[in-house]
Design a protein around this ligand. Structure first.
Ligand SMILES: Cc1cc2nc3c(=O)[nH]c(=O)nc-3n(C[C@H](O)[C@H](O)[C@H](O)COP(=O)(O)OP(=O)(O)OC[C@H]3O[C@@H](n4cnc5c(N)ncnc54)[C@H](O)[C@@H]3O)c2cc1C
Length: 415
């Protein structure tokens, strides 16, 4: 007879939200949460932001240990799932323990992408994904003056701006011709570059790395096309790969992420996948999508909880994301198309009261494909971002002229 347990593999944002949503549905006592990391699920975004500003800043748990106990959730810390037996509906943990499941949810997130030409065991090369990574890096940086980032993506730029504000000498090597090229518009890339450069970051675009020089387990130089750069400490921020190894081992359908339907079900009827590791159906133009954001992890977990309970649900999100880089709070809603030519409408924003951010540029960019509003990017304009979210969630496409009219509040454009 099969077990009634729900086993969740991965104690990140998605795993934690799934516990909460299932507990709300009265299912807490059925849950086993299996965590690779030796700590309870915690907030990952602060790790590239507030965590580095103070030496004693603590990692923030999403919920206390007592909460899991009260819900009857059994948490297995520091004991990753090693293999799954889909025939016997059992997972095997590294400790040798086995757990039978009626329903299994993979919430294994991503792992930091590595550079094939850079060995992974060097003493002065770091990646940032976990609380352990952040703690180790914060300690190491105490004795470092110069930090070189490889990659100008969100996590790298957030940390680069923080370290620069702490007095470190920071260089960012970006292989593309603009920053954040996979996620934001060229207009926003240009703004972000200008702000970072004005603050003193040494950003080098179109930097093609030709090779590295090493000395006793350390990288000492990076060879670029035009020069050889001496380095003290290297931060690798070149993105992440979906952690789908378990799914592949048992033959679940994967394509750079675990393929799920709109109910978060994988190709095995007893297995679901949520969060950064999953790839879900999207639009006819872009048939499947994998997102890396807290919004996506939480909302997919809520959908999966209902699906696990046999309810009919369909995950159709309006994706949103935020990033904090120095004086900039960036907020995006919707998706920028990778290829298509969009038209951008710039809407300046004046904060209602004179605050500390009043001397920092604040605006939103409304991006249209033809007459369709696709995506809104906001800089230091959180209220405008919230309104833009409502506009897009309601499926509205106000005209560019209406959006450009700053005399009229965005809320007037809502249905
Ligand atoms: C430094 C940093 C800053 C970020 N900032 C932002 C931000 O500002 N805004 C935003 O929206 N998003 C941000 N993100 C992204 C966001 O944190 C992720 O999208 C989110 O954590 C995804 O949740 P998840 O549960 O899918 O994966 P994760 O939170 O990565 O959790 C996956 C968990 O699964 C565990 N696991 C993997 N394999 C196994 C196994 N075999 N057995 C057991 N456990 C396993 C992993 O150890 C990990 O704990 C940031 C990420 C990082 C790293």
């Amino acid at each position: 007879m099969s077990s009634n347990s729900i086993v969740i593999v991965g104690g990140g944002h998605a795993g934690a939200q799934l516990c909460a949503s299932l507990a709300e549905l009265g299912q807490g006592s059925r849950i086993h949460l299996v965590c690779e990391e030796p700590v309870l699920p915690y907030q990952r975004p602060p790790l590239s932001k507030a965590f580095f500003k103070k030496a004693d800043e603590a990692v923030q748990s999403i919920r206390a240990a007592t909460w899991y106990e009260q819900q009857g959730i059994e948490v297995h810390l520091g004991d990753p799932v090693k293999s799954i037996d889909p025939e016997k509906q059992t997972v095997h943990l590294s400790s040798g323990k086995s757990l039978a499941y009626g329903q299994l949810v993979l919430a294994t997130g991503t792992r930091a992408r590595q550079l094939p030409s850079l060995p992974t065991n060097l003493d002065n090369v770091y990646t940032l994904r976990t609380a352990h990574d952040a703690t180790q890096l914060r300690t190491s940086l105490e004795s470092v003056e110069r930090v070189t980032f490889i990659g100008g993506g969100f996590i790298g730029l957030e940390l680069a701006a923080t370290l620069q504000s702490l007095g470190k000498q920071v260089t960012v090597l970006e292989s593309q011709t603009r920053l954040l090229s996979r996620a934001v518009s060229p207009q926003l890339s240009a703004h972000v570059l200008g702000i970072h450069q004005a603050a003193g970051l040494d950003v080098r675009l179109d930097s093609q790395i030709k090779g590295f020089a090493f000395e006793s387990h350390r990288v000492t130089h990076i060879e670029l096309a035009s020069e050889t750069l001496a380095v003290e400490c290297v931060l690798l921020g070149i993105g992440a790969e979906p952690e789908d190894a378990l799914a592949r081992q048992i033959g679940l359908r994967c394509d750079h992420g675990i393929l799920v339907d709109a109910q978060m079900k994988t190709s095995n009827p007893h297995i679901w996948a949520v969060g950064d590791c999953s790839r879900f159906p999207w639009t006819p133009e872009l048939p499947s999508l994998r997102l890396e954001s807290v919004q996506n992890a939480n909302d997919q977990a809520r959908t999966a909880a209902q699906s696990l309970m046999g309810q009919t649900v369909s995950y159709q999100p309006m994706p949103w994301f935020w990033s904090e880089q120095g004086s900039m709070r960036l907020q995006m809603v919707g998706l920028m198309p990778a290829q298509a030519q969009t038209q951008a409408v710039h809407r300046p924003f004046s904060p209602p009261t004179q605050t500390s951010v009043s001397d920092v540029a604040a605006f939103s960019l409304f991006h249209y494909l033809g007459e369709r509003l696709l995506c809104v990017e906001s800089v230091n304009a959180p209220m405008e971002h919230m309104m833009a979210r409502k506009i897009l969630e309601q499926g509205l496409s106000p005209s560019p002229a209406a959006v450009a009219d700053t005399a009229s509040p965005l809320k007037n454009l809502l249905a």
